[in-house]
Design a protein around this ligand. Structure first.
Ligand code: TYD
Ligand code: MG
Length: 455
């Protein structure tokens, strides 16, 4: 049997079977430490063979466990992302870049839940109580019965939570927490992991919902929220572009509801405000139909969302032309460029290509393929698409257009926002057209020919 790795690098979390002065994986000095069992639930030193445990109660697949009662915050954009309100005895992680608005969001949420009757404790390891109170004043939340503390010692925090018995505890942030049974400094992988593990098991044992804030660190995954994603029930990310006032709360994992659900917020001087109609918001900065601009009718979670893809194509001064993407996958862009060249005879050699999703939204649906292709050709040919037209469809490597899910919902949303036409893949089974004129196509060459004419 392989030997258990008993040493871990505090910088990169690589495991080793023996100690050394320098981590072979990331090259850091003096970062290797012996992994200690954190608590009763930590890795067992001995084998489990000797002592008998207690017998677990077994059930069958049919008997339904009672659904835990949920609490709504009253903020639709938040409740939907949570999968229909807050679940008791659950552990949540809210990740995001520093300064994106996590503390603001959670203080507002804490105030809402407190007003709806939950006992809420907000613990900041980053700011003093006075600083949090100042934020609460600015947000107009001072009347809400939220209990507050500034503390980083996890042992003291757990003891306090045990006596106070709140329904919801917010820990801002997991990187500032210090568990005294782990040697390394706060913010290191072992500390973050140990603290999150303690808080998660505590949440289950005591029936408290625990929300942990996790900063996405510069190095990416290391010691950031990724390290704890697998432990918690729900992982939400708070995203947005620094320069934009939109913020998107996205569920990437949810044991109590659908993942990939989004809530859209707008930053204001008085904190985050819900955006009830995100399509209108994402299209609000759109001017007259211009070459390179295409409206994509997308689905985010359970909701249709329209957004604008913008492309710019220009002769490149570089021997290696640029491919720059914001809000979409760079690999997928390369694929579509290749399909355009190979199947439609539209080359992008010697041309710089820039692609951007307006408003700071990040789209990951393959259904956006056709919108991307349309934006690219439109920019390259300097020819705008018909006005009042939305586009969606997946492109395969053969150049065929594949139908996508929820066609009717996409069309309905487009119709609601005043669009009159849609360019879509041909469908065997016809769904409703929601009153739009549909231009359906079999493949990408047909699309290029019908929309941009003979070349
Ligand atoms: P903050 O919540 O502190 O971000 P994080 O906890 O993710 O690091 O917000 C960062 C700054 O932005 C803070 O100075 C307050 C400001 N802000 C607003 O003015 N209005 C808003 O709606 C939000 C979300 C933030
Ligand atoms: Mg903060």
């Amino acid at each position: 049997m392989a030997k258990e790795p008993a040493f871990t690098c505090a910088k990169c979390a690589a495991s080793f079977t023996k100690w050394s002065g320098r981590c072979e994986s990331c090259g850091a000095w003096n970062s290797i430490e012996e992994s200690q069992p954190l608590s009763a639930a930590g890795p067992a030193k001995k084998t489990l063979g000797g002592k008998r445990g207690t017998t677990i109660k077994l059930t069958d697949l049919a008997t339904q466990e009672a659904e835990p009662p949920r609490t709504m915050s009253g903020v639709d954009e938040l409740d939907r992302v949570l999968g229909g309100g807050l679940v008791p005895a659950s552990a949540l992680l809210v990740g995001g870049d520093p300064g994106i608005g996590k503390s603001t969001l959670l203080l507002q949420a804490a105030a809402r839940f407190a007003r709806n009757g939950l006992r809420v404790i907000y613990i900041s390891g980053e700011e003093s109580a006075a600083q949090v109170q100042m934020r609460a004043r600015r947000l107009g939340l001072t009347e809400s019965p939220v209990m507050l503390a500034s503390e980083t010692n996890l042992r003291d925090i757990l003891t306090t939570l045990e006596t106070e018995k709140p329904d919801l505890a917010i820990i801002d942030s997991i990187q500032t927490m210090w568990a005294d049974n782990v040697e390394s400094a706060p913010g290191s992988v072992s500390q973050v992991r140990a603290s999150a593990h303690e808080l998660t098991t505590f949440a289950k044992r005591k029936g408290i919902a625990v929300v942990m804030v996790g900063h996405v660190t510069k190095e990416g995954a290391i010691a950031g929220p990724r390290v704890v994603e697998h432990m918690v029930d729900t992982v939400l990310y708070f995203e947005g572009e620094r320069g934009h006032q939109f913020r998107i709360l996205r569920s990437v994992k949810n044991r109590f509801g659908p993942a990939d659900e989004i809530g859209v917020f707008e930053m204001t001087g008085k904190g985050l405000a819900e955006v009830k109609n995100p399509s209108a918001l994402f299209l609000s900065e759109r001017g007259k139909p211009a070459p390179g601009s295409v409206v994509f009718a997308g689905i985010e979670g359970s909701r249709p969302v329209l957004c604008e893809f913008q492309a710019l194509v220009a002769p490149s001064p570089h021997s290696q032309p640029r491919r720059t993407v914001v809000g979409w996958d760079g690999g997928r862009l390369a694929m579509i460029l290749a399909v355009l060249e190979a199947r439609c005879g539209v080359p992008f050699t010697g041309l710089d290509v820039y692609l951007n999703v307006a408003g700071g939204l990040r789209v990951s649906e393959p259904a956006a393929d056709l919108a991307v292709a349309a934006a690219l050709i439109s920019a390259r040919e300097d020819a705008a698409l018909p006005p009042d037209c939305v586009v969606f469809g997946e492109i395969s490597l053969s150049g065929a257009l594949r139908p996508v899910s929820q066609t009717e919902n996409r069309l309905k949303e487009a119709q609601k926002l005043g669009f009159t036409q849609a360019i879509t893949p041909s469908q065997k089974k016809r769904s409703g057209d929601a009153g739009l004129t549909l231009r359906s196509m079999e493949d990408l060459p047909a699309f290029v020919e019908q929309i941009f004419g003979e070349r």
